[in-house]
Ligand binder design. Structure first.
Ligand code: HEC
Ligand code: HEC
Length: 90
């Protein structure tokens, strides 16, 4: 056999591509079920249900800021868009 370096490279790239796909698939299958707490349905939070997400999020910080009445827990993930993670109940 007389290995053609060009063919070998193509095969290597194919293998790398397949390995990449497998890694992504494994990652997606392993992802835990969504478990972040949802936006509560209580007298405080129900008012935000009818609002547009972006509109509603303007109000969250008034209580959930560090100096507010319900500060976020320590180590809370980046909190840019509350409702992307804390989804509304149906
Ligand atoms: C008027 C003050 C106030 C505002 C405004 C407010 N919250 Fe809250 N939030 C609270 C308080 C107090 C608690 C803790 C008691 C409770 O669960 O209602 C809480 C709890 C939570 C919890 C945890 C619920 C749980 O199951 O433990 C989440 C998530 C949350 N708020 C998200 C939000 C988001 C997102 C917004 C903006 C759309 C928001 N809050 C606006 C006062 C507020
Ligand atoms: C990137 C996703 C993400 C974003 C964005 C985010 N959070 Fe959270 N939040 C979490 C996770 C994860 C926790 C850990 C506890 C849990 O499962 O709810 C948490 C916890 C909380 C808690 C405490 C819940 C408890 O255990 O009592 C509150 C209150 C809260 N977040 C409010 C907010 C508010 C208000 C915003 C917007 C300013 C926000 N979060 C944005 C992911 C997020």
């Amino acid at each position: 056999m007389n290995p053609d370096p060009k063919k070998n490279k193509t095969r290597l790239l194919n293998i790398l591509f397949l390995a990449g796909c497998a890694a992504i698939l494994a990652f997606l299958l392993k992802a835990p079920p969504e478990s972040t707490k949802k936006l509560p349905q209580d007298e405080i939070h129900l008012q935000f249900y009818p609002l547009d997400k972006k509109e509603a999020e303007k109000h969250c910080a008034s209580c959930h800021a560090p100096e507010g009445q319900a500060p976020l827990p320590e180590g809370h993930p980046p909190k840019y868009r509350c409702l992307f993670c804390h989804k509304k109940y149906q």
